[in-house]
Design a protein around this ligand. Structure first.
Ligand code: 5CA
Ligand code: ZN
Length: 421
């Protein structure tokens, strides 16, 4: 699948340090990648109702990590998927009378436009669920052969996920909560014939009116959800890779199950992603912004209204990625005001030296991608810059760094925060 065009990242002086992020399984800060390479898989969209602010916030969060890694000199491979065939997409297509392929294609294109507008670096590996079907079929056949999966009478294939060593450790939920979240998030605990209600669908045999593909020994059908990400990440990055990312709604069952599938496929309990990072949920009116509730603010609608995408990005960055927060008009207005101030501050003749601000931005990002702390450092610089030399904590115009400061700062914001002033 074709991703959006590359986003240029300017050169800046110096180099970032080791990045630590909060790992969901342990709850602790962990080195995101030991280097010299960094490999990350972030779960992509299911292409309908794209791109709402929750999606945008999640991808901006992981974009910060890619940028910080690159700044630290790591060679980054970023992989992602598009779930371009799945129940919710087919249901939406059916209720709106649009062909599911057309819905997926148009929404995937809109997502790409939104990501490019927000300055999100494109994935290096970008694979659709439909494209991954041959690899999924092979994986499911292997799991059947090793006894990690079983087939029901109608041809549907399930993975015995709960038997995989380490199942449940990522999310740390009790069985009752696992069952509840599984039912809520695409699972089918009540499906008769399953050995364990939590067992995950790997291959759904062809049903009338549903798309289906050749599944070789599996018969015609379509892939389950978790196996899609297990196979795409395994093939795109190799296992174990460094970071599995997504919103916090994916910790269970999705990441628990895709991790279990990777273990089943490799026979190696150490093949799971090293670190799991989850972004908080963006809400609207106090409830999680979600397609099912329909309480959405779309990036494309804001753009069509003339909102500067840099302000949208700044509104997102004003919140720590791991926290849940609400999108409001005030959040956007503050971001627009900040953008104006920053633009005015970097267009002046000289300014306070940028190096200490750059160091603070790097330090903030290195400690669990603390964007609000980075923004505060830039705010302080902008205030001094706008006040002019000699005012308050005066900056000295005879300092040789003063003349180039606005340029250095602007390039730093572009490279590290993805905001091009
Ligand atoms: N295609 C699957 C992942 S394989 C999927 O969950 N798609 S999605 O379109 O529903 O979500 C895309 C990404 O946005 C996921 O990482 C999800 O966790 C994240 N996301 C969804 N809603 C929100 C929200 N309200 N706030 C923050 N992130 C969200
Ligand atoms: Zn996924």
């Amino acid at each position: 699948m074709l991703a959006w065009p590359p986003v240029p990242v300017p050169q800046i002086p110096g180099r970032g340090s080791t990045i630590r992020v909060r790992d969901t399984a342990s709850g602790e800060l962990r080195v995101a990648a030991e280097g010299p390479t960094a490999r990350m898989y972030v779960c992509g969209i299911t292409p309908y109702d794209a791109t709402h602010l929750g999606h945008a916030a999640t991808y901006v969060a992981f974009d910060l990590l890619v940028r910080a890694w690159r700044d630290a000199g790591l060679e980054v491979t970023y992989a992602s998927n598009v779930t371009d065939v799945d129940d919710p997409l087919l249901e939406r297509a059916a209720t709106t009378g649009v062909d599911w392929r057309e819905l997926a294609a148009s929404q995937t294109a809109l997502f790409a436009e939104d990501m490019a507008a927000l300055g999100v670096l494109p994935p290096d590996v970008y694979v659709g669920a439909v494209e991954s079907i041959p690899a999924v079929v092979e994986a499911v056949e292997l799991m059947l052969a090793t006894g990690a999966a079983y087939r029901l009478d109608d041809g549907d294939v399930y993975a015995a996920v709960t038997l995989v060593p380490g199942f449940g450790r990522l999310s740390g939920l009790d069985r009752q909560t696992q069952l509840a979240q599984f039912a809520e998030r695409g699972g089918d605990p009540d499906r008769p014939g399953k050995r364990d209600p939590l067992d995950a669908l790997l291959w759904r045999s062809e049903r009338p009116g549903e798309p289906a593909w050749d599944g070789r020994s599996l018969g015609r059908g379509r892939p389950g959800w978790h196996i899609e990400c297990a196979v795409i990440s395994r093939d795109g990055l190799g296992v174990p890779f460094d970071v599995q990312g997504g919103g916090s709604d994916l910790a269970f069952p999705h990441h628990e199950m895709s991790g279990a599938h990777i273990v089943a496929l490799t026979g190696d309990v150490t093949a799971r992603p090293r670190v799991h990072v989850h972004a908080g949920m963006v809400g609207l009116g106090g409830e999680k912004m979600s397609k099912s509730l329909g309480n959405l603010v779309l990036v494309s609608e804001l753009r069509a209204r003339g909102v500067d995408p840099r302000a949208i990005r700044l509104a997102i960055l004003a919140h720590h990625y791991a926290s849940d927060w609400d999108w409001t008009d005030a959040v956007l207005a503050q971001a627009e005001a900040r953008l104006e101030r920053w633009r005015a501050a970097v267009s002046g003749n000289g300014g306070p030296p940028a190096e200490p601000v750059l160091a603070e931005i790097r330090a903030a990002l290195a400690e669990d991608l603390d964007a609000p702390r980075a923004l505060a450092a830039v705010d302080a610089w902008a205030e001094l810059s706008l006040a002019g030399p000699g005012a308050g904590e005066a900056w000295d115009v005879s300092d040789p760094r003063v003349e180039g400061a606005p340029g250095v700062l602007a390039r730093s914001l572009d490279a590290l925060l993805g905001v091009r002033l």
